[in-house]
Design a protein around this ligand. Structure first.
Ligand code: DX5
Ligand code: ZN
Length: 216
């Protein structure tokens, strides 16, 4: 049985102590961070910026920076995040009319590319993309806020993507984001996800290491 990768979502961290929070994650063996970017338009909230990503990479160069774009017109923003040092950029299928082109643009810059599906979006839309994406993210909450309840109905989508991956014999990661905690983690694993994002569960509380050890 393979071990799943955990990506802490720093949206769940104390923003006034971000450096300490990331250092704590690092001490627990974490090697990648999930960084939410929002524009108050695609979703009704704001998140981190390219400047934040740059500073995180300057302070923690060995941490993989996974940028989750929840913005309208992601094509206007990818250059900023590539320049900031993002290692992976994932954007919502629903946010652009040129998903295939955008994946190509991200990959051309030497950055990994991921496609994200909001809860209402069916798996079928990624069919033409599975050959070129590095990751498919199935949202398990509606995008925009940390601390929401896990939508367990999304597990059938995860299983569907896992099946596609087997059948097509291509390689990409299958990620879930939203409401992942020690209760819901088993479902995610059983459905076939390979990467799980977790924000408030890991950071809210003063026992990151212990909480992390209850996952995987
Ligand atoms: C939600 C964000 C998530 C969020 C997850 O729109 O994309 O990354 O931070 O937070 P939790 O784990 O608290 O649901
Ligand atoms: Zn996210």
């Amino acid at each position: 049985e393979n071990k799943m990768r955990i990506m802490p979502s720093i949206l769940g961290a104390n923003s006034l102590e971000l450096h300490k929070e990331i250092a704590r994650a690092k001490e627990s063996g974490i090697n990648g961070l999930h960084i939410d970017v929002m524009d108050g338009h695609f979703v009704p909230n704001l998140g981190f910026t390219a400047q934040n990503v740059k500073e995180i990479k300057q302070n923690f160069p060995e941490m993989e920076a996974e940028v989750h774009l929840m913005v309208s017109h992601p094509e206007q923003m990818i250059t900023d995040f590539i320049d900031a040092g993002a290692d992976m950029i994932e954007f919502h299928f629903e946010s652009t009319t040129n998903a295939y082109y955008l994946v190509q643009q991200i990959k051309k810059a030497g950055v990994k590319a991921g496609i994200v599906l909001s809860p209402a979006t069916p798996v079928s839309v990624v069919m033409s993309l599975i050959e070129i994406v590095d990751q498919i993210l199935i949202m398990t909450v509606n995008p925009g806020f940390g601390g929401q309840a896990f939508i367990k109905e999304m597990m059938s989508k995860v299983a569907e993507v896992a099946q596609l991956k087997n059948a097509q014999n291509t390689d990409f990661e299958i990620e879930v984001d939203g409401g992942v905690n020690d209760q819901t983690f088993e479902l995610v694993k059983k459905a076939g996800a390979t990467v799980a994002v977790s924000g408030s569960y890991l950071f809210k509380g003063n026992n990151f290491h212990e909480r992390l050890s209850r996952l995987v």
